[in-house]
Write a protein that binds this ligand. Structure first.
Ligand SMILES: O=C(O)CCC(=O)C(=O)O
Length: 270
């Protein structure tokens, strides 16, 4: 299908050596959408805390022993959201299609979605490349769309990126050394990050980044939540080996492979 670009300045691919490996789209989403996303995940957090089955959504608590008045105050992330109506509405937006076609191609699956609460005093995620978490066949292309739901500042734990690092190989990652780090957090420790840049964002701003781009986020030292919604996309037909638990190979508990684009057109399950 011939695809006319709806988004200004879209790179041919985020992976080009000339490209920085990321692109910011300021004011991409309306407040009505970011509010609706936040309402939906708050409802899921409360339902899960009340003992309801919220599957396929997967609610992960913070490891820092946070206290709060409401269930969502102690949640770290909620995974497996992308089949829910409000999240589908976002990825069906022709501008999102445009971005994903540009980054991946015309045949694409959505395999991961997560709402990151980053409550006050929650830990950030150390320097990493998303591809560390995606040992797929093929390994690339993979793109992440990070939508700011609240403002992201130096104080509340915004993202920091290393422009150009998408051209580098996958680096060695070691487990996050902090005792109260969240499960699964890993870090790159032997790389020069001195050229890193903070991403100071407003609600509704969208960051798009290649899965080899090195990035981190810092801890939330503010009194308010710093929330974001993230989707990841890969080529249709990508093979996911899953995870090994107690010697058994199992499907990833967080990935949920859903058909998204076929020949450039949205083909999500109804
Ligand atoms: O939003 C954050 O605090 C970290 C997000 C991140 O590093 C990621 O989605 O890979």
């Amino acid at each position: 299908m011939e695809h006319a670009s709806l988004v200004d300045g879209l790179p041919q691919t985020l992976r080009d050596a000339e490209a920085p490996g990321f692109q910011l789209f300021p004011g991409f989403a309306e407040t009505s959408l970011t509010n609706a996303i936040r309402e939906d995940v708050t409802m899921i957090a409360r339902a899960a805390a009340a003992g309801s089955d919220v599957s396929p959504a997967l609610v992960m608590p913070e490891n820092q022993g946070l206290e709060g008045r409401s269930p969502e105050d102690v949640v770290s992330k909620i995974f497996r959201l992308h089949r829910r109506p409000i999240f589908l509405e976002f990825i069906k937006d022709p501008r999102v299609v445009d971005i994903v076609v540009s980054a991946i191609g015309q045949n694409v699956d959505c395999f991961l979605s997560q709402f990151i609460f980053k409550n006050p005093r929650a830990r950030g995620q150390p320097w990493h490349q998303d591809s560390y978490y995606f040992p797929f066949e093929p390994l690339r292309p993979i793109v992440g769309l990070w939508l700011a739901i609240t403002e992201a500042t130096l104080e509340n734990g915004c993202l920091h990126i290393l422009p150009g690092s998408q051209t580098e190989d996958l680096k060695k990652h070691i487990p996050d050394r902090r005792v109260d780090a969240n499960n699964g957090y890993v870090e790159i420790v032997d790389h020069d990050m001195s050229e890193s840049q903070p991403c100071l964002l407003q609600p509704g701003d969208l960051m798009v980044f290649d899965s080899h781009l090195m990035h981190k986020s810092t801890d939330n030292f503010s009194d308010d939540v710093r929330a974001a919604m993230v989707w990841h996309f890969a080529l249709a037909g990508t093979k996911d080996p899953g995870v090994v638990r107690n010697g058994k190979r199992l499907p990833s508990p967080v990935n949920d492979w859903m058909p998204y684009l076929r020949d450039g057109a949205v083909r999500v399950p109804v």
